[in-house]
Structures are given as structure tokens and as C-alpha cells.
Design a protein around this ligand. Sequence first.
Ligand code: GRG
Length: 312
Amino acid sequence: MEEVSAMLDASLRSDVALLDATNRSLLSQGGKQVRPVLTLLSAGACGGINADTVRFAAAAELIHNATLLHDDVVDGATVRRGRPTLMSILSGPASVLVGDYWLVKAIRCILDAEQYSERVIRLFAKTLSDLSEGELLQMQKASRGDTTREDYRRIIYSKTASLFEAAVLSGAVSAGAPEEWTAALAGYARNLGLAFQVKDDIFDYAGGEALGKPVGIDLREQKITLPLLCALEAVTEEEASAVRAMVCRISDMPDVAVRVRNFVLEQGGVEKAVLEMEKYIREAIFCLEELPSTAEKSYLAELARFVGERTF
Ligand code: GRG
């Protein structure tokens, strides 16, 4: 991870003072760095980390941060990681441009690899297309209030699990892993990513301010996530349609958001979503059985358990 940090630091140097200062500030308030950890552990579980693994791990973190910079503009978010967002300090266009810069630096890290750069570019290209499609599907669904379970599964795969998958697969590819291992790791990453996003969606109903972002944002943006879907399934079709109609009116009626949130809590939507998240975690750990026993394999399993328990 020290090598990954050094690579991020070097990749994001610029002689444009505003860009350089912005990059330094963003790097100093980095997040949990789950994606590069996944890339390194995956390579370690498949025989060993090399210089290309570090490049792919850095690329995963750069892409993740680029999407956050874009997402803050899409959502008009003013706070992230407990700090004001770049879009609120500078502007939306500045946040988009800095995001573009990080994205291009990620591509550069991959192209610099000694082996497999084309294969890994294809992995991340698929993820970037999933990310954009997922965001637009989410927007389309938010305006109509008709999100189904199938839509929700696609949205959370696209916005979170796809990048987890690319991060893990790029690590396995860098270590020259055989097909059975890469398939097992892809299954692990997909389930882990789905669990990670469900947990994020649970936080929106049951999280504290310690998360570094306000709670209740999803509902205000008319996003129907798993706790609400579970609550809707617990009532009659008429009641569910009435609640969906309320969600469509939420953006200009804050008291409606409070009523929908209470509905979710009363119907046990959070507890049911927790059970589904735990299923994804168990499935992720099960996928690891294909891999030989290594310390990294145990860390991957531990990371999956952490996703279920995390409070940030
Ligand atoms: C950049 C081409 C391109 C498209 C962007 C806006 C967009 C399309 C995608 C947004 C996807 C998005 C923001 C998904 C949320 C993923 C998520 C769970 C973020 C939080 O991840 P953590 O908890 O964050 O790992 P930290 O702060 O720890 O890094």
C-alpha cells in the first residue's frame, strides 16, 4: 500500500498550481482504499504481488475517486468524507475536470504495465461503462419511482460491484492466475461489492453523522434502495403504490421524506436489508473456497466480514 500511495502521489503531480494543490488536498483526505487493497490481496492469493499489481491497484483507486468527483456534481453533494466537496469549494465544472484528470492518470498507470495492459484496460473500460449506465438507470428510476428488485440489483452492481470486480480481477491477472481462480475471485468481488453497496444504502437509513455524509440523502433524491424495497414488500400492493407515489413527491416536501423513513423503520426494512447483505457476504466467502490456502485468502475473507460490520 505504501507503493500504491507513492504511485498515486507521483501520478497526480502537475505544474498547474490549482490542479496540483487540489490533488494534494484530495490525497490527504483519502478514503478507506478498499479497492487497491483488494487488488493486492487478490494478486497475493494467486501467487504474488509484482510492480504491475501496484499499477493496477493505483488505477482502481484513481478511478474510484474520479467517480466520486463526478458523482458529487451529479448529486449536488456538499459534504464527502466529513469535508466540503471540491464542487462546493471550487465549482461543479472544476470537480468534473479534476475527475477527468484522475481517470486519465488511471489509464496511464495501466498502460505503463509490463504485461496484460490491454486485458486490464478492457476490464476497467467495462466497469466505466457500467458506472455511467448504472448512474443513468438510477436517475431514470428516481424520476419514475418504479424501481424493482431487478433494477436495484443492476444499479448496485453497476455503481459499486463492477469496480470491485475489476480491481480484484486486475490483481489476479497481474499474478498470471489460472481461469478457475479468476472466476472464483470474480464471484467473490461481485458479492462483496453488492454487500458493500447494500451496507451503504442501509447507512442512509440507520447511519450516524460519523459516516462523513448526512443521512437521508437517498430518499431526498428519490432513490428507492433495499431497505425501502423490503418495506414495500411487507405491505399490500395498494399501500406500496401509495408510498411509491409519495417518494415521487419527496424532493419538494421534506415532511414526506420523514414519513417514508418512518415507514421503512416500522416495516423492518433495515433489518431485512441487513439479512440480505449478510447473504452476499456469506456467498463472497464461499467463492474463495476454490483458492489455495494462503494468508491473503484469509484476509479476503476477513475483509468480507469487515464490510458487514463496518461503521464507516
Ligand atoms: C467517471 C466515467 C465516469 C463515470 C462516473 C457518477 C458516476 C459515473 C458514478 C458514480 C458511482 C458511485 C459514486 C458509486 C458509489 C460507490 C461507493 C460505495 C462509494 C463509497 O465508497 P467507499 O466507502 O469510499 O469505499 P471511500 O471514501 O472510503 O473511498
